[in-house]
Design a protein around this ligand. Structure first.
Ligand SMILES: Nc1nc2c(ncn2[C@@H]2O[C@H](COP(=O)(O)OP(=O)(O)OP(=O)(O)O)[C@@H](O)[C@H]2O)c(=O)[nH]1
Ligand SMILES: [Mg+2]
Length: 467
C-alpha cells in the first residue's frame, strides 16, 4: 500500500483502550479547494512544470507562485502538483487534507511558515528524500551548525600544512593536538592520528599536500554504519535514552512524524513519569503527528508504563512504538538500573524488544558525551546514536570521538526544534561540512528506505520530462 493509502487507513481506524488516545479523525472533513479537473485544467502551469528542472523544490516553487497564505488556492495548487505526478486522486486528496489539518492545528497561515514542512512531507511521501535537492538542504544545515568548528579546523590545518612539507613526527604530533582542540578528546585524537598514518602509508602519500583528502576519507570511514538486519517482528520498539534536556522527547516527535509520513501506524509511550509536564509534552507530539499515545499518571513506575504500552501496541497492531524515558545523569546508578528494567519488561512482552535503543546526544556537549555513551551502553545496551542540536554551536569533533571510541552508528541528526528538523545522518556529508567542502556530489552512504509507490510515478515523470 502506498503511503497516502496507508495514512487514510490509519486515520480511519478507531483506537481503543483506556490510556490510548487516537489522532483526531480527519477523513470526514472536506477540503477547501477550487475544483481542478483531474489531469490538470491549467495547461500553462503544467507546461511550466514539465519544462522545469525535475526537482521537488523547483516544482514547489512553481505551484506556490502567487500563494501567500494557507487556504483554497494552496490546496488547489497542491492537488494540481500531486495530480501532475500522477498520484491517485484519493491519495492526493488525503495528503492535502492531512496537511491542511496540520496547518490548522499549528495555526500557520503564511507560506514561509510552512513551506519547508510541506517540502519535507512531499519528499517523504514521494520517497524523494535522497534526491540531491533534499540532500543539499540537509548539507546546508549541517554546514551552518559546524561553521565554527570548521573555521577553527581549516585555519589550523592550513597553518599546519603551510609549516610542514613532509609527514614527519613533528607533523603528526601537531596534527594530534589539532584534533584535541577540535573536541575529539585525547585517546580519539591519538587513534585518529594512527589511522591517518597507516592510511597515508598505504596510499603512498608522503607530503602534507595530499593529507587533507586522506583525512576526510578517514573521517567518513569512522562514521561508516555497519549493515544490519532491519526486518523486525512488528511492533518495532524504539527506546529513547539520554541525559537531561538533550532532545529525547523532541526527537521522538520528529521520528514519529517521519514514520507517519511514511504510512506507519505509530504509538508513543510516556515512560518519563517523573514530571506531569513531560507526559503532557509528549502527548502534544502524539497529537501533532497523529500517533496513538499511551500514558499512566505521573509517579507511576516507568517499567509499568513500558509493560502496559507494549501490551497496547501489540493489541493495536502498531508498526512502531516509541518509549520516552526521563533524562538521567549517567553516573546515577539507581536511575540507570531503571533503564535495564524497562528493557527487560519490553523484551519479556515482545521478544526482541526494544529493537533499537537510541542514545540521544547533544552535539554542543563536550567530552562528557564519551562518558554518557559508555554508561548508557552498559546499562541500556545502546544500538545507535542520534546527534541533536547540530544547528547550534555544535562541537564538531565530539561526533567523531564517540563514533570512533564506541563504534556505534549515528542514525539521525537533529537540526532544529521543528518536526521536519531531523535527517538521516551521513558521514560523508558530515566530513565534508567539517572540512569546508561543497555538498554537491557527496556520495550517499545510506540505502534508500521508504515505500516505492509514489517514487515510481515520480521516476516516470522525470523520465517523461527528460524526453
Ligand atoms: N536547536 C535545537 N533544539 C533542539 C533540538 N532537539 C531538541 N531541541 C530543544 O531542546 C530542548 C529540550 O528538548 P527535549 O526534547 O525536551 O529534551 P529531553 O531530552 O526530552 O529533556 P528531558 O526529558 O527533560 O530530559 C527543547 O527546547 C527542544 O526544542 C535540535 O535538534 N536543535
Ligand atoms: Mg523529555
Amino acid at each position: 500500500m502506498g503511503f497516502l493509502s496507508a495514512i487514510k487507513c490509519i486515520f480511519g481506524g478507531t483506537p481503543s483502550g483506556d490510556a490510548v488516545h487516537g489522532p483526531e479523525a480527519v477523513a470526514d472533513k472536506t477540503l477547501a479547494a477550487d475544483d481542478v479537473p483531474a489531469g490538470g485544467g491549467d495547461a500553462d502551469l503544467l507546461l511550466r512544470l514539465r519544462e522545469a528542472a525535475p526537482r521537488l523544490s523547483v516544482w514547489l516553487g512553481i505551484v506556490l507562485e502567487g500563494v501567500e497564505t494557507a487556504g483554497s488556492l494552496l490546496n488547489t495548487r497542491l492537488l494540481f502538483l500531486l495530480r501532475a505526478l500522477d498520484v491517485p486522486e484519493d491519495e492526493a486528496r488525503t495528503f492535502a487534507l492531512d496537511f491542511d489539518d496540520w496547518l490548522r492545528r499549528m495555526d500557520y497561515r503564511l507560506v514561509e511558515e510552512f513551506c519547508s514542512e510541506l517540502q519535507y512531507r512531499l519528499a517523504l511521501a514521494l520517497d524523494l528524500e535522497d534526491e540531491d535537492d533534499e540532500r543539499n538542504r540537509l548539507f546546508v544545515k549541517i554546514s551552518e551548525g559546524l561553521a565554527r568548528t570548521r573555521e577553527h579546523l581549516t585555519r589550523r590545518l592550513d597553518t599546519l600544512f603551510a609549516s610542514h612539507g613532509e609527514l614527519d613526527d613533528e607533523f603528526w604530533k601537531n596534527m594530534g593536538e589539532l584534533f584535541i582542540m577540535a573536541d575529539m578528546g585525547y585517546e580519539t585524537s591519538l587513534a585518529l592520528v594512527e589511522r591517518l598514518k597507516n592510511s597515508a602509508r598505504r596510499k603512498g602519500v608522503t607530503k602534507t599536500a595530499g593529507i587533507r583528502d586522506v583525512l576526510r576519507r578517514e573521517i567518513e570511514d569512522v562514521f561508516a554504519a555497519p549493515c544490519r538486519i532491519s526486518a523486525v517482528n512488528p511492533p518495532e520498539v524504539l527506546l529513547m535514552v539520554g541525559v537531561n534536556g538533550v532532545g529525547k522527547t523532541t526527537t521522538i516527535g520528529k521520528l514519529a512524524h517521519r514514520a507517519r509520513m511514511q504510512g506507519k501506524k505509530v504509538m508513543i509511550a510516556a515512560a518519563d513519569t517523573f514530571r506531569a509536564a513531560a507526559i503532557e509534552q509528549l502527548q502534544v507530539w502524539a497529537e501533532r503527528t497523529g500517533s496513538l499515545f499511551y500514558a499512566k499518571p505521573a509517579g507511576t513506575e516507568p517499567a509499568a508504563v513500558a509493560y502496559g504500552a507494549m501490551e497496547a501496541a501489540v493489541k493495536e497492531g502498531v508498526d512502531m512504538l516509541f518509549v520516552d524515558t526521563a533524562g538521567r545523569l549517567q553516573t546515577k546508578t539507581n536511575l540507570m538500573e531503571e533503564l535495564t528494567k524497562i528493557r527487560q519488561v519490553l523484551g519479556k512482552k515482545h521478544p526482541g524488544a526494544p529493537q533499537r535503543t537510541i542514545l540521544v546526544i547533544d552535539a554542543t556537549t563536550g567530552q562528557n558525551a564519551l562518558s554518557q555513551t559508555k554508561f548508557f551502553k552498559e546499562a541500556a545496551g545502546v544500538d545507535e546514536l542520534i546527534l541533536t542540536k547540530i544547528d547550534g554551536t555544535a562541537k564538531g569533533g565530539i561526533a567523531v570521538a564517540v563514533a570512533l571510541e564506541h563504534g556505534l552508528p549515528i542514525s539521525f541528526a537533529g537540526l532544529g526544534e521543528n518536526s521536519e528538523d531531523l535527517r538521516p545522518f551521513s558521514g560523508a556529508e558530515y566530513a565534508a561540512a567539517l572540512f569546508g567542502e561543497s555538498g554537491g556530489g557527496v556520495k550517499q552512504q545510506r540505502p534508500k528506505a521508504g515505500n516505492g509507490h509514489m517514487s515510481v510515478k515520480v521516476l516516470l515523470l522525470v523520465v517523461f520530462l527528460s524526453l
